[in-house]
Write a protein that binds this ligand. Structure first.
Ligand code: ACM
Length: 562
């Protein structure tokens, strides 16, 4: 296929994620040019995309991009036809109009924005720079019509900001990186045993005490090494408002997670009465300094419910997301088994056993959130003891939980650890900076299928989408996160957005070819990705001397991909 290869190297066959269709005009190469005459003609409902285009393309190109219509305009519109064709997130982008340079018609405001992201890709990798490399040059676009829309409505990334705190500016940067890949959900894992990261005004000790730990385990929990530097940080409510607003401008929804009744040691360290005080001296607990599943879980009391209702009241005030994540994963039941108070509670509530207590927690918050017009989502353990009525499930322990939930009519986000946990290393060998977990290559992620075969069509309609999860036990800063996330997030984005065939029929070599250009976009964005040939020497880590086990002892065996 012929394509325009001018000095600007704009192309139409290296888009990621791949669009539904690209039509080229005839066979002759040709292009339209963006230059000093180019204006931005923003129709109703497209203002945020116009602002975004002016800011990113203005910075990269140095063009003024003044407001107004005209023959050299980038025209942004919301249109019924685009909506009918590919829904509110769909769009048509055409460079073939006679009375404008580029026309983007979205099914809704989000569709216009995703179309604008495609425009940036069509302009070539230099359009991702923060300042022009060669001021004054023209920017050529191939003559094309791109018609596009997403496969799934939930295209997410989880950032675990608890195990290692990620400063606000780095979170904003990740919002931009998600948007550049047409991903639209940022799931923020805000609380865990190792740190509480969101200011809650009525419970100030959650951050005064719960946001700092004295030291951190280095590497896998089996490693004998410690980093003795105190680690911590939290987002003020102002920070959260800024993150949510910044994301909304980019059509990214921020889904907050407050994890309960497990993964709660940081909260219990701050408020010891939240724990099972008849079996442990919770006043002696500190914010946890190592990794794994923690026995210190919330006590099943009315006072604990009231405490967390207060937390969620402030959370709802900050996050407009229809879904609120309540965790629910990895809650060991040993303390409830040993606790006379918890056993009396099981009797009193008539919930049968400890699984019933877990379910009682989740059902309470399901009703509480529903009464406030929100929906609960939790990890697939919330199926244990019976799933609350309107609850949705994040299926992480493989597909099974998601299949059960979807067949029972519940909505599901597929994020199985076997495929899309990006803390797992992406190549074998000792060179990976922290060789944790199973080997999950770029190709493995590219062949991830969110809808497992055999699901009934009714159940398949309940798969809202897919999510990649970034747990940060071994990622202590933004550079380490970049390394684990990229390039695999590009493959994930194509899985979540594009109409790919079944895993074995996917054109991985075609994707790899398109990645050549995409690496240059990531370079321009300053992403510290894993190079295809392996880590750059500065990204490697020397093996610790004289240790029996390595920092990143791999998990035993390779789990089946089920
Ligand atoms: C999880 O990985 N514990 C959800």
């Amino acid at each position: 296929m012929t394509q325009t290869q001018t000095q600007t190297q704009s192309t139409d066959d290296d888009l990621i994620p791949a669009p539904l269709s690209v039509e080229r005009r005839g066979t002759a190469p040709g292009y339209v040019t963006l230059d000093a005459r180019t204006t931005l003609d923003a129709g109703p409902g497209t203002g945020s995309t116009a602002r975004w285009l002016r800011s990113v393309l203005g910075a990269a190109t140095g063009l003024p991009l003044a407001a107004g219509p005209g023959p050299h305009a980038i025209r942004l519109r919301i249109g019924e036809e685009a909506e009918r064709e590919h829904g509110p997130e769909g769009y048509r982008l055409s460079t073939e109009a006679t009375d404008a340079a580029v026309v983007i018609e979205g099914g809704g405001p989000a569709g216009v924005f995703w179309g604008a992201q495609t425009l940036r890709q069509l302009l070539g990798p230099d359009a991702y720079r923060k300042a022009p490399l060669r001021p004054g040059r023209d920017w050529d676009l191939p003559l094309v019509t791109v018609s596009d829309g997403p496969r799934f409505g939930w295209r997410g990334l989880l950032l675990d900001v608890s195990r290692h705190f990620l400063p606000k500016d780095d979170v904003l940067r990740y919002v931009d990186l998600l948007a550049a890949h047409k991903l639209n959900v940022l799931h923020l894992h805000l609380t865990d045993d190792q740190g509480w990261r969101i200011e809650i005004r009525r419970h100030p000790r959650l951050t005064e005490v719960g946001s700092w730990r004295a030291r951190s385990k280095r590497g896998h929990r089996a490693s004998p090494l410690w980093d003795e530097t105190p680690h911590g940080g939290f987002y003020t409510q102002e920070d959260i408002r800024e993150i949510v607003a910044y994301a909304a401008e980019r059509h990214v929804t921020v889904v907050p997670e407050i994890d309960l009744p497990g993964h709660s040691q940081a909260a219990i360290a701050a408020y010891p009465e939240l724990g099972n005080t008849d079996v442990v001296d919770t006043t002696a607990l500190t914010v946890w300094d190592t990794w794994g599943v923690n026995p210190n879980v919330l006590a099943p009391t009315e006072a604990v419910l009231r405490f967390y209702e207060g937390v969620f009241e402030e959370v709802l005030d900050l996050f407009p997301s229809p879904f609120v994540h309540v965790g629910g994963d990895e809650c060991p039941k040993d303390q409830w088994k040993a606790s006379p108070a918890a056993q009396a509670r099981i009797e009193e509530l008539g919930v049968g056993d400890e699984d019933g207590l877990q379910s009682w927690f989740i059902r309470h918050f399901d009703r509480w959130l529903a009464a406030r017009g929100r929906r609960l989502i939790g990890w697939d353990e919330i199926l244990e003891g019976g799933l609350a009525e309107g609850a949705a499930v994040s299926s992480w322990r493989g597909y099974a939980g998601g299949v059960t939930a979807a067949e029972a009519g519940h909505d599901v986000v597929m994020c199985p650890e076997q495929q899309v946990y990006l803390d797992h290393r992406q190549a074998p060998g000792d060179e990976e900076p922290m060789p944790i977990g199973y080997v999950r290559t770029l190709e493995d992620v590219y062949r991830f299928e969110p809808v497992p075969p055999g699901l009934s069509p009714e159940a398949a309609a309940h798969i809202l989408g897919a999510q990649a999860n970034v747990w940060t036990e071994v990622m202590e800063n933004r550079s380490r996160i970049d390394y684990q996330v990229f390039p695999r997030l590009a493959a994930f984005a194509e899985v979540a957005w594009s109409a790919l065939p079944a895993p074995e029929a996917r054109d991985y070599s075609g994707f790899e070819r398109r990645m050549h250009t995409h690496y240059r976009r990531l370079d321009a964005l300053g992403v510290d990705y894993r190079p295809p040939a392996g880590p750059h020497p500065r990204q490697r880590r020397p093996a610790p001397e004289g240790l029996e086990c390595t920092l990143g002892r791999p998990l035993e065996g390779t789990p089946p991909i089920v």
